[in-house]
Design a protein around this ligand. Structure first.
Ligand code: NDP
Length: 279
């Protein structure tokens, strides 16, 4: 499944929509010097500029106290020229991530992490939804993989990937199993999956003997090694799977494209072109 090609198409469409809409401004907040986060921020800025979104790069040192991070988020909330705010995670340990997410203006929350947006997803009334899960659903749709009635197994239950993706799959009428680090006999679950998603961050965790023949396997994992970037799915799975996303070039580019779509959606909410539900 070619996420790079689909993401490029989405970005082209987005570019045209933004040209028709007007200014869209996205602010990113990076706290600390995590090397992977720095790469993601750079990629997001480059992609934003390519589609005509103005990107504002806010950086704070690793040891910044929580109040200062919250202060910056509030400043961006109040800044009328900013449509979307993305706080790159993970945040340093002195900062309470959920508190930061609660502080964000839900209308500017391009990662869909504010409890209001997460709650809307729970209700099946999606507003801004985390980009990686949306990207995975778009890939399934693009390759016409049946979701209704399918057995979907999501390995990983994070707030940004596993949980929202499980909810989207459920809304799309899959029968969903969520696995995590305490799951006993992981293979017993994964072998049942018509759609198997690995979102763990464990190199090669999913091996061929854990995959049903013909299954659609989505590899969200990003594990950086000296030899490059690898997923959670062992390359041997390619023989068993009916569909497989590569790493790199699968879910990663989709995440960025869908985050940019969220930035435009946020701008539409703010302009009144789209109605944001009243809180
Ligand atoms: P988290 O670390 O927040 O979550 C990892 C999840 O995996 C947890 O729910 C954890 O369980 C579970 N887990 C850990 N070990 C096992 C195991 N042995 N068996 C089953 N489950 C296990 O990570 P994220 O969700 O943020 O990211 C997951 C991966 O996806 C990472 O590699 C990350 O880099 C990548 N990623 C890729 C993106 C992309 O665009 N391609 C975007 C976002 C993330 P428990 O809850 O019990 O601890």
């Amino acid at each position: 499944m070619d996420g790079r090609a689909l993401a490029a198409r989405i970005r082209e469409e987005l570019k045209a929509e933004i040209a028709g809409f007007g200014d869209v401004r996205l602010a990113t907040v990076l706290v600390g010097d995590d090397p992977a986060s720095q790469i993601y921020i750079r990629l997001k800025h480059k992609a934003a500029e390519e589609v005509g979104i103005q990107a504002l790069d806010k950086r704070l040192p690793q040891e910044t106290p929580e109040e200062e991070v919250l202060g910056l988020v509030e400043e961006l909330n109040d800044d009328d020229s900013v449509d979307g705010v993305l706080v790159q995670t993970p945040l340093p340990p002195q900062i309470d991530e959920p508190r930061v997410m609660r502080t964000l203006d839900p209308m500017k929350d391009v990662d869909g992490l504010h409890p209001f947006n997460a709650g809307q997803l729970f209700f099946g009334q999606q507003t801004l939804v985390a980009a990686t899960p949306v990207g995975v659903m778009r890939l399934l749709a693009e390759y016409k993989i049946p979701v209704t009635g399918a057995r979907a197994v999501v390995v990983g239950r994070s707030l940004i990937v596993g949980r929202p993706l499980s909810m989207l799959l459920l809304h799309a009428n899959a029968t969903v199993t969520i696995c995590h680090s305490r799951t006993k006999d992981l293979a017993r679950h994964t072998l049942d999956a018509d759609i198997l998603v690995a979102a763990v961050g464990s190199l090669g965790l999913i091996t061929a003997d854990m995959v049903k023949t013909g299954a659609a396997v989505i590899d969200v994992g990003m594990n950086r090694t000296e030899d490059g970037l690898f997923g959670d799915v062992d390359p041997g799975v390619a023989d068993a799977a009916g569909f497989l996303t590569p790493v790199p070039g699968g879910v990663g580019p989709m995440t960025i494209a869908c985050m940019l779509e969220n930035a435009l959606k946020a701008a539409r909410y703010r302009s009144g072109a789209l109605a944001f539900p009243r809180i």
